[in-house]
Design a protein around this ligand. Sequence first.
Ligand code: NAD
Length: 276
Amino acid sequence: MVENLLKEKKGIIFGALNDKSIAWKVAEKAHEQGAEFILSNTDVAIRMGTINELAEKTGSLVVGADATSSEDIKKLFEKTLENFNGKIDFVLHSIGMSPNVRKGIPYTDINYPNFIKTLDISALSFHKILQIAYHMDAINEWGSVVALTYVAAQRTLAGYNDMGDAKALLESIGRSFGYVYGRNHKVRINTVSQSPTPTTAGSGVSGIDSLLDFSERMSPLGNATAAEAADYIILLFSDLTRKVTMQNLYHDGGFSSMGMSQRAIEQYQKSFEDCD
Ligand SMILES: NC(=O)c1ccc[n+]([C@@H]2O[C@H](COP(=O)([O-])OP(=O)(O)OC[C@H]3O[C@@H](n4cnc5c(N)ncnc54)[C@H](O)[C@@H]3O)[C@@H](O)[C@H]2O)c1
């Protein structure tokens, strides 16, 4: 096992709600690999979740910020630079929420103020974080920014609703900002497209149990866990991936390249037998 991949690296990790969160696993592994970081989430999530336990475990500060508020993000970056007495090296955007999904409103009937909230929380927040980091020149050269996404940006998956649109926008922001940030400051920006994962956000998607089972059967390597996503993201924060930027990187056991698998066919076949 490699050690100290993130030695002397500093960062901000957005989105750890509880120990199921992908961001939680990233924070644990980043700590194991020698990084120091600030943990951020909304004030409500800090109160309702267990982020303070993670902070204690990893010796981190928790700073509340609503990622849709440029003012909050600016204050968070100011506090972070002050705390570390200098610039940072990595940022994790692990933020997503759709009021339409949460309320079970079908895609054909979505409520537009909700849709705008979905886009603001799940995609524009990424641009806001990058914009503030860029103008404050808050990230060191060869720094790395990663956001979590899902294959529903490229392929339609029933039940994912307006989050598919939000993820398409998120990935596009990663490419557009990745060009400018790379050219001007040598900062890399990538999105990691993760398997369905049983977290609080994941559980909000309708039919999540069937989706987990389907993608498990479809993926030659099986679904990737949150801990495995964290391993991959640590690699992307490390100096081993300095020339990887503007990519949407699939971390899904091969799901995104599949059309149909033997295991899925066999399960599907059973439904015909049940009808006989
Ligand atoms: N769970 C899955 O199946 C799955 C699959 C692929 C990608 N993802 C993505 O991974 C990321 C992390 O989700 P997760 O699965 O770990 O679930 P999670 O519920 O643990 O994390 C989502 C986080 O977003 C935060 N958040 C919501 N609104 C916010 C706001 N306005 N400002 C700041 N933070 C806010 C929540 O408080 C929470 O901590 C999301 O972008 C999600 O879409 C999840």
